[in-house]
Design a protein around this ligand. Structure first.
Ligand code: HEC
Length: 169
């Protein structure tokens, strides 16, 4: 396990160094002496810097909201496979938040337990009324997590606005 993660880091480091050298030629004269952690940092410093740039809750949330919007409107337009695809994407993204920000994990576990079973059942029913109810429960759970995490003013509506999605009418 340890060997594997060390190998993982060095492969990643190699990739970063390789991409750094490709792009470094585009930098201007005034920045040529600036230290670049991707080239000169120790593996520990590089790992620390990489963890810092890992997208966190703030990054994933608008993406998750977009999935909720697309999922609702896909159901409204009877595009059930597309709706299910969006539920699946949303589940993966919320999992990424738990991984990137472990302290959000307990709230995410509650959300997952209260939401996904209902959503998958509803999308399979292909009944829009059932589906709209499951989406409304989801929105309530989104808002409940925001309140619990100290962002009670981020309230998610039961009927989300239509997204700008090329797949939807
Ligand atoms: C862990 C509990 C949690 C769950 C579950 C959750 N959120 Fe969030 N959400 C947050 C936190 C925390 C923030 C504020 C993050 C920050 O600013 O660092 C946030 C921020 C947001 C924002 C504001 C983003 C911005 O920058 O404008 C939106 C929109 C959002 N969430 C939508 C949703 C939707 C839609 C759902 C449900 C499908 C959801 N969230 C589920 C915790 C959660």
């Amino acid at each position: 396990m340890k060997v594997k993660s060390i190998l993982g880091i060095s492969t990643l480091t190699l990739l970063i160094i390789a991409s750094g050298s490709v792009y470094s030629s585009n930098y201007q004269e005034h920045s040529k002496d600036v230290e670049d952690w991707r080239k000169t940092g120790t593996p520990e410093e590089q790992l620390k810097a990489l963890v810092k740039v890992t997208p966190g809750t703030h990054h994933w949330m608008p993406e998750i909201a977009y999935r909720l919007q697309s999922m609702y409107w896909a159901g409204k337009q009877q595009k059930w496979e597309f709706a299910e695809y969006q539920i699946d994407s949303m589940e993966k993204m919320i999992g990424r938040v738990a991984n990137a920000r472990p302290k959000r994990g307990p709230s995410i576990d509650t959300f997952k337990a209260n939401v996904f079973g209902e959503l998958y059942k509803a999308v399979k029913s292909k009944d829009f009324e059932v589906f709209a109810e499951a989406v409304a429960i989801t929105s309530t759970e989104c808002t409940a997590c925001h309140a619990k995490e100290g962002f009670g003013y981020i309230a998610i509506p039961a009927v989300p606005p239509k997204p700008n999605n090329i797949v939807l009418d």
